[in-house]
Ligand binder design. Structure first.
Ligand code: RTP
Ligand code: MG
Length: 148
């Protein structure tokens, strides 16, 4: 099953909207297979944002992403990488449609609430940075079994 790495960034954690982001993924039909709070450090962020490490805004990313804990998650399901990016909306909240996470909750490019992997390959690479294999749980959902 396809997996993606989703992280609520420090602004989303501070603003207590982690529940809104989890709800979007649950309601869309995806399965949560790992979740934890993490204090990101420079080493993790340099690996995670490898493609941006030589860009002028990298220092701003690091300052922001180390300003408080993030909520790191693994979500699973059909086309979850592409669907996850749709749920997030455009990188710049000004261009993100209403109804998306960044469109509904973001105002600033540098504080855009949530991260989502941009390809299946990036997802697998990023998941290895933030989780050990043992932290990603495999299970079946059987909602009928829980109806009384
Ligand atoms: P993310 O990786 O955080 O999910 O965001 P993304 O794929 O939509 O955007 P990406 O190009 O990977 O950029 C990563 C994060 O860096 C900040 N950024 N600032 N000042 C700038 O020009 C600039 N460009 C990117 C954003 O916070 C973006 O989410
Ligand atoms: Mg990206």
């Amino acid at each position: 099953m396809e997996r993606t790495f989703i992280a609520v960034k420090p602004d989303g954690v501070q603003r207590s909207i982690t529940n809104k982001i989890i709800a979007k993924f649950e309601e869309k039909g995806f399965k949560l297979s790992a979740i934890k709070m993490v204090n990101a450090n420079l080493e993790m962020l340099t690996e995670h944002y490898e493609e941006h490490k030589d860009k002028p805004f990298f220092a701003d990313i690091v300052k922001f992403m180390t300003s408080g804990p993030i909520l790191a998650m693994c979500w699973e399901g059909k086309d979850v990488v592409k669907q996850g990016r749709k749920l997030l909306g455009a990188t710049n909240p000004l261009n993100a449609d209403l109804g998306t996470i960044r469109g509904d909750y973001g105002l600033d490019m540098g504080r855009n609430v949530c991260h989502g992997s941009d390809s299946v390959e990036s997802a697998e690479r990023e998941l290895k940075i933030w989780f050990s294999e043992g932290e990603i749980v495999s299970y079946k959902k059987d909602e009928e079994a829980w109806l009384y």
